[in-house]
Design a protein around this ligand. Sequence first.
Ligand SMILES: [Zn+2]
Length: 117
Amino acid sequence: MTDTQKFGQALEEEKKSLKEQLSTIAKPSEEVPGTWEAIQVGTENEADPNDQADHLDEYQENRAIVDVLNARYQEVTAALERIEAGSYGTCEVGGEIIEEDRLEADPAAKTCKTHLQ
Ligand SMILES: [Zn+2]
């Protein structure tokens, strides 16, 4: 029996922490609800072209980080939805019960070890 409550709690905590990290460099997307997009830090007000370039670098870096955090945020959210739906802990490919240690390593896991890509 999968300890859904334990993994649910871990997922909630991870979601909270992802949200905190994302909220410093991203904002919730208006186009795709539930996702995040990187925010651009004030390039318009910067007179010095070097400073402008720095901001652009920072933005590119932020975008790369936001991509990673956002992808994880989607996985965690989907896992929480599976808990709600009662399908959590079941392999999405073969329908097997996902191994406990696999969920320990990644509570958002969608597949059992056999169907791990
Ligand atoms: Zn499987």
